[in-house]
Design a protein around this ligand. Sequence first.
Ligand code: NIG
Ligand code: FE
Length: 405
Amino acid sequence: VHDVLFDNLRFYPMTAGPEADGGAADPAASPAAAAGTCFAVTDGRFSAVGETVPASRRVDLGGRAVLPGFIDCHTHLVYAGDRRVEHARRRAGASYEEIAAAGGGILSTVRAVRAASEDELVDESLPRAAALLREGVTTLEIKSGYGLDLESELKMLRAARRIGELLPLTVRTTFLGAHTVPAGRDRADYLAEVVDVMLPAVAAEGLADAVDIFVESIAFGLDDLRTLAAAASRQGLPLRVHAEQLSSQGATALAAELGALSCDHLEYASPADVAAMAAAGTVAVLLPGAYYFLREQRPPPVAELRSAGVPMAVASDVNPGSSPIVSLLTNLHMAGVLFGLGPAEALAGVTQHAAMALGLGEDRGRIAQGLRADFTVWDLDDPGVLLYQLGGVTPAQVYVGGVPA
Ligand code: NIG
Ligand code: FE
């Protein structure tokens, strides 16, 4: 006997991939509803999908639409302070790179994070996570990378883990010690500390689920990526990479060859980068909020990614510098308007493909037998509306592990 039968609903399993359409999904398509009108949950997982089964309890969802819980697979949500002044300077003509080179940018948030206690980081960051949960985000990735010394990186990761204990959502943490070079440090010397001291300590405390690096003219290079990838693999941690955000570096192709789970940003990705991702099965994580907020002019090569069959995820990149946009629904909408993703594609980007970017593709992100029963309930005829209307639509209910959040 199953625990709960959820009945009288329309559900969107998000199980179809690009392969279902012979390699090129129809960009205009909305997600397809399943034939059945119910599913069962037992011990927090979908235990029957689409068929009426005996259960201890029955919940009538009143004919509403059900989607898998959203997964925000790329955020820097734990931080202190803000960068409003810098933003105003950019509006007046300074570039993101110029501000970084002058000691602002990431380094100004590093100063604020080092000065904050773990409790203060939690207090400042928790409302951001709570806002995402209200939009239906049930799995949230959070990166470190504003500490850039051992104690401050550990503090950020502990704060991130605590958010997962304080709210009914799953937090997955990523160690981004290689976000940029701290003030006054030599790049190679700092990267050696990341690899030899910080990463082993983070791994020993079980504080990271993945490792990330920002490859860019203002941060790290291809050799650093190779070194970090080897170190991550020694710790048994998957690799993710901030690649081709502001310029073309070839980081995407290299990361794909090195077995990265995902390459993220990709505005400047080349055809060779796309081919390498397709060959390796790397997920492309698109971050339209950063593109919008920095007023970038070159969108990622979505048509090429689509026809190569590269799974595309969409995430918020919440951070104080390039995406102070605490809304996955807004990013979903921008993925459509600014990057040309269709409704089914963009919604797969915040469900099944986002799960893949976290290495959780067999655990969540779809409504299918055996997967975690994280789902959201909507008063919508067609979830594709979320690519059309911006604002004013939030889930009627959010369930985590089959229980109301
Ligand atoms: O994903 N690209 C590097 N990291 C962040 C921005 C960090 C910041 O400016 O604070 C990003 O855009
Ligand atoms: Fe980022």
